[in-house]
Design a protein around this ligand. Structure first.
Ligand code: ADP
Ligand code: ZN
Length: 728
């Protein structure tokens, strides 16, 4: 007898935001109809997990009877198809699992129902009652006005939050639910902007055309520092809004972008939606939803903004595209500039890469005809580019124990005497990078890392810039117990600041470093103080190189121009030129011309020559020629394997096994294994292998096959870094 075959149950593939290899199948119960992109709740190991219905055809690998059903389809915006394909693409390229990449897209509690913020109004019971002075101020503040939150009342009435809570407990305040307020208003593309110069107008028309075409393209907007690139691409954003599509702007360090945000507001009337990892969770949720339902037409953000659920992305801009801050080094290791181009392609939208010092990668793409290039050759408003000169430290060294040479001191003096501002740049935080015992030569080292401890004198500590290990500066040498024998070697910005205080006691100083400017607010305050001329002399780390526009700044002194050139990094020269050119670009951006002085022991070095001669193009051409023969990026591909383990022995074993299993093929070379320059990091022993291939070789399949052959014990791990930027 034939039984009628049971109809196959409907099933869907669900991707979970976890490092599993692929999707899981779930049965679709009657009454539910989950579509690709829908956010669903599913059972997993006796728990409920949030996942996303994926496009992969649900396979029959699990028998129908064993399938668990989807619990619920959540009432939240779906993950759009372009983002789903992007997640798969990033996973495929970086060798992360799609679930790990999805986790970045779902790193928001968007699914939590919106709890309205609680506010207070004055209770009827309070009316006509005698109140203490503080309570009377609260009562006066709320009388007749809209309800306010505890924080707002405390601020508005100059009372503590305790006063507000006390009044609530005494029944003098009545709770009210406040309506959820979007943290941003809608920018107005027709709000009048500045009149663009001829070259700016040409570039902006090209970009507007690219946006209007609604097709993928990549444009390099390359203009000298101060040429007004921002104003140009803001026009492309206006066009995008007029097209009814959304625009995404990636900035390397959103905390240092106060001037950018002010510029945006001046152009469009209101601030844009902002996205970065430090957002309060409520703002994060509101912003995520506003992006998902199209209510946020412009988002400016850090790398993670690439994973926002834009339903109709029409433009992606990467400002300061040469910045290494776009490379994410933890978790899913990816380069946000490169992934931004992919994101744009999958959204059928143009990408614009912006820089005064474009990366060799981008220039090679221009050269190969893959990217269009628009150039702004002069500064806005007739300002001239600064004059750059080298100070040869072999000829005019600083006094003993000092770091500023006589010509630099004189230049600063002259600048201050003219009432202009000067800036000293040294890319090193703290007081001194090394502390040494004069008696026995002992060096103060981090107990967890292959690194010296950096003295931070103001805080009286030695600290590791890799693992944050911190200890008080010891009174005796921990090795030989000599007294007063520990001496600082070399300068950090703190030490330069001390020298400046001694040499220019009357100058008003400001230190710009990540530890002196904690957070966006402090950085914005510092920028305002400089704009208002409340500061004469700025001493800073790489923070000062970031796009700032300080009209009264005319002198930039680079304390140690050779700093970035040591070490075996393939991009050391390129990066030094970019960084120093960007710092130099802060000088003379208004009427008064700027001067840049580079303190160096090798003025003949091609990097110094390029900066002094101002011919970056020639430098980059030479750099390209140097990389072509060895198939170094961008004329070849690199991928790094980083082995880390609890013990040196396990690290060595895994690294050796990887070395034996290394792929061998035409156009493929494996370097290493070798101890990483940071051979111990946070107590983990590290080894590196580097895969170098010709450009036409796809490295991902090679890497997958390679890793499959090696068994990695639980105490070790192998991290993959495709297109490495850091070689530590
Ligand atoms: P870049 O990013 O190319 O270094 P910016 O965009 O910071 O240059 O522009 C430098 C300064 O010139 C800014 O203060 C900017 O507002 C101003 N600026 C640029 N273009 C114009 C314009 N067309 N009209 C008025 N001001 C402009
Ligand atoms: Zn450390």
């Amino acid at each position: 007898m034939l039984l009628p075959a049971a109809p196959a149950r409907k099933r869907v593939a669900v991707l979970l935001p976890r490092p599993f290899q692929g999707t899981f199948d779930y049965a679709v119960p009657n009454g539910l109809d989950p579509q690709p992109g829908d956010v669903v709740l599913v059972p997993l190991n006796r728990r409920e997990e949030v996942g996303v219905v994926w496009d992969a055809p649900a396979g029959p690998s699990v028998a129908d009877a064993k399938l668990k059903p989807v619990t619920a389809v959540l009432d939240t915006a779906p993950i759009p198809s372009a983002l789903r394909r992007f997640i798969d693409w990033v996973a495929g390229y970086t060798l992360a699992t799609p679930g790990e990449v999805l986790a970045m897209a779902l790193r928001v509690n968007a699914l939590q129902p919106e709890t309205p913020a609680a506010g207070w109004r004055i209770a009827d019971a309070a009316k006509g009652k005698p109140l203490t002075e503080a309570r009377a101020r609260v009562s006066a503040l709320l009388a007749g006005g809209a309800p306010q939150t505890t924080t707002a009342i405390a601020r508005g009435a100059s009372v503590s939050a305790g006063v507000v809570r006390g009044m609530a407990q005494a029944g003098l305040l009545t709770p009210v639910a406040l309506p959820a307020r979007a943290p941003f208003a809608t920018p107005d593309p027709t709000h009048p902007g500045p009149v663009l110069s001829g070259a700016q107008a040409t570039a902006s028309e090209t970009l507007r055309g690219a946006v209007a075409s609604r097709r993928f393209s990549v444009t390099l907007l390359d203009g000298v520092t101060g040429s007004g690139k921002t104003e140009v691409y803001l026009e492309a954003i206006a066009e995008c809004m007029e097209q009814g599509r959304q625009a995404l702007v990636l900035l390397p360090e959103i905390a240092l972008s106060s001037q950018w945000l002010e510029r945006f507001e001046a152009r469009f009337g209101v601030a844009p939606a902002v996205w970065h990892s430090d957002l309060a969770s409520r703002i994060r949720r509101i912003t995520w939803r506003a992006v998902a339902d199209g209510a946020a037409p412009v988002v400016v953000g850090a790398r993670s903004a690439l994973f926002l659920p834009f339903p109709d992305l029409g433009l992606v801009i990467v400002d300061e595209e040469h910045e290494t801050a776009f490379k994410q080094e933890d978790g899913v290791v990816y380069h946000a500039r490169d992934m931004a181009v992919v994101r744009a392609r999958l959204a059928e939208a143009p990408a614009v890469l912006v820089s005064a010092t474009p990366s060799l990668e981008t220039l090679a793409n221009v050269e190969a005809g893959r990217y269009r290039r628009m150039t702004l050759a002069t500064r806005h408003g007739g300002a001239t580019l600064p004059t750059v000169a080298a100070i040869d430290l072999r000829i005019t060294p600083p006094e003993r124990g000092r770091f500023l040479s006589p010509p630099l001191v004189t230049a600063v003096q002259d600048t201050l005497a003219r009432g202009e501002q000067a800036m000293l740049f040294l890319n090193r935080r703290g007081y001194a990078p090394l502390t040494l015992c004069r008696a026995c030569g002992h060096r103060m080292q981090c107990p967890n890392c292959t690194a010296w401890l950096v003295e931070h004198r103001a805080r009286r500590v030695l600290t590791c810039h890799h693992c944050a290990h911190t200890e008080p500066i010891p009174p005796l040498c921990p090795h030989c117990s000599a007294e007063n024998s520990l001496v600082p070697i070399g300068p950090g910005v703190e030490r330069i600041t001390e020298e400046v205080a001694a040499v220019f006691p009357d100058a008003r100083r400001l230190v710009m470093a990540s530890d002196t400017l904690p957070g966006p607010h402090a950085a914005a305050e510092a920028a305002h103080a400089i704009e208002r001329r409340e500061v004469d002399l700025i001493i800073g780390t790489q923070i000062v190189a970031k796009g700032w526009h300080f009209p009264h700044l005319t002198l930039v002194g680079v304390v140690d121009a050779d700093l970035g050139l040591s070490g075996g990094d393939l991009r050391a020269a390129e990066r030094t030129v970019q960084l120093l050119h960007q710092v130099a670009g802060r000088a003379g951006r208004a009427e008064a011309p700027g001067t840049v002085l580079l303190q160096t022991f090798s003025p003949e070095h091609p990097v110094m020559q390029a900066l002094v001669g101002g011919d970056l193009q020639a430098f980059m051409t030479a750099e390209a020629e140097g990389r072509k023969p060895g198939h170094w990026p961008p004329y070849g591909r690199l991928a790094a394997l980083i082995v880390s383990a609890d013990t040196a022995q396990v690290a060595d074993e895994v690294a050796r096994d990887l070395g034996h299993a290394a792929p061998r093929a035409e156009g493929v070379l494996v370097l290493g294994p070798a101890p990483a320059p940071l051979a111990i990091l946070r107590g983990r022993h590290r080894r590196r292998l580097l895969l170098k291939t010709r450009r036409d070789v796809a490295v991902q399949p090679l890497l997958r096959a390679w890793l499959d052959q090696v068994r990695v014990p639980g105490s070790a791990r192998v991290d993959v870094d495709v297109d490495p930027v850091s070689f530590l």
